[in-house]
Design a protein around this ligand. Structure first.
Ligand code: PAF
Length: 282
């Protein structure tokens, strides 16, 4: 497995693969890898000639400096996991390599950005779009893999690809969960035992909401009942529970079988913010 930190070395490494018309899969990550990331890696390995993983904690997507500081970092363990998976190349740039000067552009997705995560984390998606666009330019993959846990991020990135005519495919891979339903996330590492147990109410609320919605219960009623379920867990503070159109993240109040819909949740568990979602079609 090659580990590269500099952009010129990355380009030299990739050149022969472009010339030989090899299929390149990209798995962008911020490290602190878990089985959810490894599911993306395995799909990329199965579908491409070369799998590139990037590890970069992107300061531009953190609106809260404390969150950036506390974001878990475990490079040695990450590299060991990737080596075991047979990854070909890991790109691990320093911040100065990616942002040699202050960022001069901003990307705004208007409506897509102003609901749910966009609303609660101002400028977050602009920062995601900048790093993802840079990685797409630098690596020029055929397919890029993202996890369903960050569903709104997948929508934003799909929109970035179509708006800017990137010549690649976006693959969304289902969330990996612990046995108790908790979606794997690098942030889970920061949960203590009690918080981890109470965090399972996020997925329980999603399942409850989906079941009730399919039974015909009104969305308003569902939100009220799910909020009561969550209120039974003193360490959990609900931020939102919304039914959305997956393509543009407009909010819905009822099932529409003509469009893909999902239920999305965000909550603080202690001081750790977690998100999760469930597709109505699953
Ligand atoms: O999902 C993530 O880990 C990050 O948002 C991403 C896509 C790697 C961009 O920094």
């Amino acid at each position: 497995m090659d580990i590269i930190k500099l952009i010129p070395s990355l380009k030299s490494f990739l050149k022969p693969f472009y010339l030989a018309d090899k299929k390149i899969g990209l798995v962008p990550t911020m490290g602190a890898l878990h089985e959810g990331h490894l599911a993306l890696v395995r799909r990329s390995k199965a579908e491409n000639d070369l799998t590139v993983v990037t590890i970069f904690v992107n300061p531009a997507q953190f609106n809260n400096p404390d969150d950036l500081d506390k974001y878990p970092r475990s490079l040695d363990a990450d590299l060991a996991l990737l080596r075991d998976e047979g990854v070909d190349l890991v790109f691990v740039p320093e911040v100065e390599e990616i942002y040699p000067q202050p960022i001069g552009i901003s990307i705004n997705f208007s409506l897509l950005e102003n609901t749910l995560e966009g609303k609660f984390r101002p400028n977050h998606f602009g920062g995601v779009a900048i790093i993802v666009a840079k990685l797409f330019h630098l690596i020029a993959p055929d397919v890029a893999y993202f996890g369903q846990k960050d569903l709104q991020q997948v929508s934003i990135i799909s929109r970035l690809v179509s708006d800017l005519h990137f010549d690649l495919e976006i693959a969304m891979i289902a969330s990996v969960r612990e046995k108790n339903g908790l979606a794997l996330s690098s942030r889970n590492q920061r949960l203590n035992e009690r918080e981890r147990e109470q965090a399972t109410v996020l997925y329980q609320s999603l399942q409850f909401s989906k079941t009730e919605l399919l039974l015909g219960t009104s969305w308003l009623d569902i939100v009220e009942r799910a909020a009561s379920l969550i209120a039974e867990k003193p360490l959990v503070r609900l931020e939102y529970l919304e039914l959305v159109n997956v393509h543009d993240f407009t909010l819905a109040k009822e099932i529409n079988s003509q469009i893909p819909q999902a239920i999305c949740i965000a909550a603080y568990v202690g001081d750790i913010r977690l998100i999760d979602n469930i597709l109505l079609s699953d």
